[in-house]
Design a protein around this ligand. Structure first.
Ligand code: ATP
Ligand code: MG
Length: 259
């Protein structure tokens, strides 16, 4: 059950996000480690200032171009993503022609089925990775390696909103273009992905849908030129510079609140 959060609360958005994860946990499809991961994310959100920063906008643009240019794009969904942005996943899949695949770090058949159900309720017509997670990614052990032979296994571009570093690296070694959404610019995922959107998934996903809808009308050459001009290392450097600058400015000012 979602607990009541007053709209006037100064941290309303953040509290609603937490409530959605708690609800997903109580319904049995968000992993307990997913709750901890969200806490790590929130910490970095405080540091960037809880808004979509310029380097993230650049990455969103490149991500939209990569998804639109892909032959076999896949959006990988875990418990947190299903709890927070199921409608955006469905819309992005529609706009880019991507497949949706449930892909879990802590995989159980029950969680996979429940996530597929959440996505179907949000409008997804096809969800891979439940009964068909029969293929395996080399180098990863046991349940973490299972993927759909029609989805991630043969994908050229994979969007992993919230992923573990190990699996991101494994996807890269398979030659896939990996797009990550991760609030931690220092995580292995952020550093291993081809395109890293350092932003909260609840802000980044709607913006990615919007950008993909806008770029859908563009010529292939224009999309290719966006990708050619994109430098993920420079984007991650810009994120760190943004944090440093912001903290330095805050450190000069008044931090205590008035009552
Ligand atoms: P890595 O394995 O990539 O080095 P990790 O072990 O800290 O990092 P994982 O649990 O593997 O992290 O992945 C979760 C990541 O998702 C974390 O880096 C966390 O900052 C990020 N994260 C959590 N919640 C959100 C959110 N709402 N939006 C964006 N990123 C988030
Ligand atoms: Mg990890």
């Amino acid at each position: 059950m979602t607990h009541w959060v007053p709209k006037s609360h100064p941290r309303y958005e953040s509290l609603i996000t937490r409530e959605k994860l708690i609800q997903g946990f109580e319904e049995g499809y968000v992993a307990v480690a997913g709750l901890i991961a969200h806490g790590r994310g929130e910490c970095f959100d405080y540091l960037i200032g809880e808004h979509t920063i310029e380097p993230a906008i650049k990455a969103i643009r490149a991500a939209a171009a990569a998804l639109l240019l892909a032959k076999r794009p896949v959006i990988s969904v875990n418990g947190n993503v299903a709890a927070l942005v199921p409608e955006d996943v469905v819309r992005l899949a529609e706009v880019t022609g991507a497949k949706i695949e449930v892909n879990l770090f802590y995989r159980t058949e029950e969680r996979a089925r429940k996530i597929a159900e959440v996505l179907r309720k949000a409008g997804a017509k096809e969800v891979l990775g439940v009964d068909d997670a029969t293929a395996t990614i080399p180098e990863l052990e046991s349940e973490r390696r299972r993927v759909s032979p029609e989805g991630i296994l043969i994908a050229d571009v994979v969007l992993v909103p919230l992923e573990d570093g190990d699996r991101t690296e494994a996807l890269r070694r398979l030659g896939k273009t990996v797009i990550a959404i991760d609030l931690n610019p220092l995580s292995r995922t952020a550093r291993a992905a081809n395109i890293t959107i350092v932003d909260n998934v609840v802000r980044a996903m709607p913006k990615l849908v919007e950008e993909a809808s806008r770029l859908r009308e563009s010529e292939k050459e224009e999309l290719e030129s966006i990708l050619r001009g994109y430098d993920n290392n420079a984007v991650l450097q810009d994120v760190l510079r943004h944090i440093v600058k912001r903290l330095e400015e805050l450190a000069k000012g008044k931090l205590t609140l008035e009552f």
